[in-house]
Design a protein around this ligand. Structure first.
Ligand code: PEP
Ligand code: MN
Length: 264
């Protein structure tokens, strides 16, 4: 395993432009589930910048359960995210689902997300090893710790050491929440491995009213930061509206994280 265990070395950091994930400061990644159009993305980003979000997210290629649901603006979405990120001087992260889209998209991105459904896509993971760009590797919704770490290992052993894990909840028997945010593994990874980890309380709960508390819980469990879906008009978000929070709500969550970040 190239992925180092904790006994030998100190915590590894991954740099996304000038943002350090895995250092003393907790990193806030936020933005809409989907990039919807240029103007909406600009308005959201302007709000996010003011409340201290460090990395901007927005989905361009969307892995939707139904093929009839909005599939994302694809390359046009990447272009919008790139332009808005440049205007507000924020690094950007988006999901790439297909290895064939990597070459045309990677140069416009600062970080690439591998989504939950693609954690087992070994062709994509190996291909990401050829890119000199940090990867946000979401946990498969039924993946064990070993499977998840091996997915990271695929990318690292193919030549790209800059992998950040993202706990986004797993499927359990509970249906009240969309997923069960598995903070056990956040603590376990912090305890045993030298790899940064981000917590996603949006997909981890599927309910906006739970996002604030679970963000704090994620930090207490050892998360190096959070990724949160936000929108200027959450109820109107094209995808994942029920778990999307307002900029005002996000701002409050960020100030609560700031209050406790030095303790963990
Ligand atoms: C997302 O980030 O919008 C997303 C689709 O996440 P996940 O792959 O965790 O479901
Ligand atoms: Mn989403």
């Amino acid at each position: 395993m190239l992925l180092e265990d904790k006994k030998s070395k100190k915590q590894k950091n991954v740099r996304v432009r000038d943002i350090v994930i895995g250092g003393p400061e907790k990193v806030i990644i936020s933005g809409p589930c989907s990039v919807e159009d240029y103007e909406t993305m600009r308005k959201i980003t302007s709000g996010l910048k003011k409340c201290g979000v460090q990395i901007l997210r927005g989905g361009a290629f969307k892995p939707r359960t139904s093929p009839y649901d909005f599939q994302g603006l694809k390359h046009e979405g990447v272009k919008i995210l790139h332009e808005v990120g440049k205007e507000f001087d924020m690094p950007i992260v988006t999901e790439i689902m297909d290895a064939r889209d990597l070459e045309s998209c990677a140069e416009h991105l600062d970080m690439i997300q591998v989504g939950s459904r693609n954690m087992y896509n070994y062709t994509l993971l190996k291909e990401l090893g050829n890119y000199n760009i940090p990867i946000l590797l979401k946990r498969g919704m039924s993946a064990t710790l070993t499977e998840w770490l091996n997915a990271a290992e695929y990318i690292i052993s193919s030549g790209n050491p800059d992998v950040v894990l993202c706990e986004r909840g797993i499927r359990t028997f509970e249906t009240y929440t969309r997923n069960t945010l598995d903070l056990n593994l956040v603590a376990a990874i912090k305890e045993n491995y030298n790899i940064p980890i981000i917590v996603d309380p949006s997909h981890g709960t599927g309910r906006r009213e739970l996002v604030g508390k679970m963000s704090l819980a994620g930090i207490v469990a050892g998360g190096d930061g959070v990724i949160i879906e936000s929108h200027i008009n959450p109820d109107k978000a094209i995808s994942d509206a029920k778990q999307t929070i307002s900029i005002e709500n996000l701002s409050e969550i960020i100030s609560n994280i700031k209050k406790i970040e030095n303790l963990f």
